[in-house]
Design a protein around this ligand. Sequence first.
Ligand SMILES: Nc1nc2c(ncn2[C@@H]2O[C@H](COP(=O)(O)OP(=O)(O)OP(=O)(O)O)[C@@H](O)[C@H]2O)c(=O)[nH]1
Length: 394
Amino acid sequence: MSMTIGLAGKPNAGKSTFFKAATLADVEIANYPFTTINANHGVTYVRVECPCKEKEKRCGKCVDGVRLVPIDIIDVAGLVPDAYKGRGLGNTFLDELRQAQAIIHVVDASGGTDAEGNPVDIGDHDPLEDVAFLNREITMWLYGILERNWVKLARKIQAEGLKLEVVIAEQLAGAGIRESHVNAALTETGLARLDHIKWSEDDMIRLCDAMREISKPLLIAANKADIAPRGNLDRLKDLDRIVVPTSAAAELALKSAAKNGLIKYSPGDQKFEILGGELTKAQKKGLEAIQKVIERLGSTGVQECINRTVFELLDLIVVYPVEDEGKWSDKKGNILPDAYLMKRGSACRDLAYQIHTEIGDRFLYAVDARTRLRLGEKHELKNGDVIKIVSTAK
Ligand SMILES: Nc1nc2c(ncn2[C@@H]2O[C@H](COP(=O)(O)OP(=O)(O)OP(=O)(O)O)[C@@H](O)[C@H]2O)c(=O)[nH]1
């Protein structure tokens, strides 16, 4: 199961900075061969506590117990008003968005850029407008696809006795909408109880809005929090969704400094250590300013955005497959060599299939490496589980 986070936002909100910061990794720490796949498609990392901390020997894949687990991220093309009508990069934007299962919306919380990203005085633009605007663009995009053939489809459903949710999901399959999303949206809006022939344009937009929220959950990175007026951050936090104050610029500076050996910093840390070295006066001053920012915000927020997207929006867990339940290693003795992101609710057999089709097909049982208990194929995995799969596969 492959999951991708989509990064969206208007021009100048700090999306590129966020993307660079989120995908810039010390290759050694990240233990991953590459970080950028192409211009706007990269790999970012969820920060978790490595289970090797429970053992005497370190795994060599984490730094002081901080383990980074890779997940794909795409920097979705800049969004301008009326993208859904094909304006600007509109079609590219929506085309890329369909690959994402969750969205981080990078908002300029400082209010220093207008709706199209042009600089204005700090506080002059209301970031809440940007939040409403992105949601509406996506909703209207879905509506545009659904509405295109609706008259014909609606009649077909009636004439041929087809299932409403099946037809709608088929029509919107390209946007990543599935039957379960449609059903949930029909219930939530109450439209399940209204004959679809009688739906008004407004009803259909409401349905699309619900499908958007369910199929592409979204979190807000209240970016430029380092210079944002307090009131803006407070009003964003009052929204009925996850809002994380971020300073993408600070995160990028810290990651670059760490990569160059100037500081010791793991993404998401609440502080960093200056390693001495060849710091210029300006660098030192810059780092001190950043330290103040993260003291105030708690962290740069970038890692928190990734973690909450993965664990709260996508509802994933991390599972560590091993071959030796005593040493928690593979056959060669590598400790905790892999970390898999899986959907919550996944069972032992799903893990077996994720390792290899043959191991899934020939699954016998699993072993919880912590308790040494045998687990059956349907046993539900927990976040952080260390699991050995026993199969008849060669
Ligand atoms: N103060 C502050 N400035 C930031 C922050 N993040 C980004 N910026 C600045 O905001 C400006 C725009 O950032 P970009 O990352 O280029 O914005 P973008 O949203 O990717 O814009 P496009 O590339 O035009 O789509 C740059 O000057 C950044 O240095 C932040 O957290 N705080």
